[in-house]
Design a protein around this ligand. Structure first.
Ligand SMILES: [Zn+2]
Ligand SMILES: [Zn+2]
Length: 401
């Protein structure tokens, strides 16, 4: 009786969800969701998130929509062919959830997303098909103390798993020898990308992506309500015989992922406004004269040809450069790669703006002096990455629909 009365008084888009005893629509509306991958899994993740009332969402994907995506992507239409998945997915999300603020980021998560994007989020949901990206997400999520929920599918089977920062075992702990061999195979000896990734070529169906993404988003909902989740465990669904089980992982005490940044400072300036010199000065104000600036990832500073001696400035993250680009245009020789991973005051780099290093926007620059460290993020770039989401604080009152 009271239930019927409440429904009549409070009938809106989410009224049936609110009938679940523990449901808190505000918690969902306030949650900042970072969805990485807008393929088969990403589509189902986003569809579920939109229907459930997540209103603050960033969707990351580098690729464009191809015809083969249309059999596994509820958000895409034939007229979207050739458009960026992130942009079309964001548009479709807004049509399902008109009150939502959804920001597309057209980027590869490993080379094109700064740590500040992970830090912005409350929960990270990943729908990817390669270990390299998962490993990067895992390490990034730990650094900024954010949970992430992974999904993987192949054929008509799949797995969903939840990883909480600071609480091993983590994704990297689950990697075995075969995984590491495959991860290393992607990089040649001089750290350039040797083979194109096989992204999007794994056989999958919309039925299994629906099942696994459903579990992922449901785990996210439970997580933000403080309910027990699949933390450090995997839910495995095997579609041929309908067997499912929960697998437990074991911690690897040598795991490289188990690290959280002690302090993050948002700088008002953008990466165009700050030079390495001014950032180093700021770092030395905080940590003393021995402080140096470390980059989030190694940067290929230049190529040097062993045959003709010519040098070429590059400034792109390691691993993002195709192997062919390393050959000298004059004589075809494979050139040496000169890497940069930190700045300690070298005069020729002092006036280089942070945006001139080839690192993604909202990336973290680590000021270090011995054991002490502070991560600086040039937050003047935030509107370029987060769009209107910048104006939506985490504690804002959600709009009722
Ligand atoms: Zn680990
Ligand atoms: Zn040459």
């Amino acid at each position: 009786m009271t239930r019927i009365l409440k429904r009549e008084l409070d009938e809106d888009r989410f009224s049936r969800l609110r009938l679940i005893s523990w449901w808190d629509q505000e918690k969902i509306a306030k949650c900042r969701l970072l969805v990485i991958g807008a393929g088969a899994l990403g589509n189902e993740i986003l569809k579920n998130a939109a229907l459930l009332g997540f209103t603050q969402v960033v969707v990351v994907d580098l690729d464009r929509i191809e015809e083969s995506n249309l059999s596994r992507a509820v958000l895409y239409r034939a007229e979207d062919l050739g458009t960026f998945k992130a942009e079309s997915a964001a548009r479709a999300y807004r049509s399902l959830a008109p009150n939502a603020c959804v920001q597309p980021v057209v980027a590869n998560v490993v080379y094109g997303c700064g740590l500040g994007l992970f830090e912005w989020s409350d929960v990270i949901l990943a729908g990817l098909d390669n270990r390299e990206a998962r490993l990067w997400i895992n390490r990034s999520a730990w650094k900024v103390n954010r949970p992430w929920i992974d999904g993987a599918i192949e054929g008509i089977s799949g797995v969903a798993r939840v990883f909480l920062p600071g609480k091993p075992p983590c994704y990297e702990c689950t990697l075995g020898k075969v995984d590491w061999a495959l991860l290393e195979k992607r990089m040649s000896c001089n750290l350039l990308t040797l083979e194109p990734t096989v992204e999007g070529k794994i056989p999958t169906t919309p039925t299994i992506s629906s099942i696994i993404a459903g579990v992922q988003v449901q785990e996210a909902v439970k997580l933000i309500h403080g309910l027990p989740t699949l933390a450090s465990k995997g839910y495995v669904f095997e579609g041929m015989n309908h067997t499912s089980y929960v697998v437990e992982y074991t911690e690897n005490s040598d795991c490289m992922s188990h690290y959280t940044l002690p302090q993050i400072i948002h700088l008002d300036e953008s990466s165009d406004e700050l030079t390495l010199g001014t950032l180093l000065d700021r770092a030395r104000q905080e940590l003393g004269p021995r402080a140096v600036i470390e980059f989030s990832r190694d940067v290929v500073q230049k190529f040097k040809c062993p045959a003709c001696g010519a040098e070429e400035e590059v400034y792109q993250p390691v691993g993002s450069i195709p192997f062919e680009q390393a050959k000298c245009s004059a004589d075809g020789q494979l050139r040496a790669v000169i890497l940069l991973h930190m700045f300690s005051g070298e005069p020729e780099l002092r006036d280089r703006p942070l945006s001139g290093l080839g690192l993604p926007l909202l990336d973290a620059f680590i000021a270090r002096a011995g054991e002490q460290e502070i991560a600086f993020i040039p937050y003047g770039d935030a509107p370029r990455v987060l769009g209107a989401l910048v104006a939506q604080p985490a504690d804002s009152t959600p709009v009722k629909s």
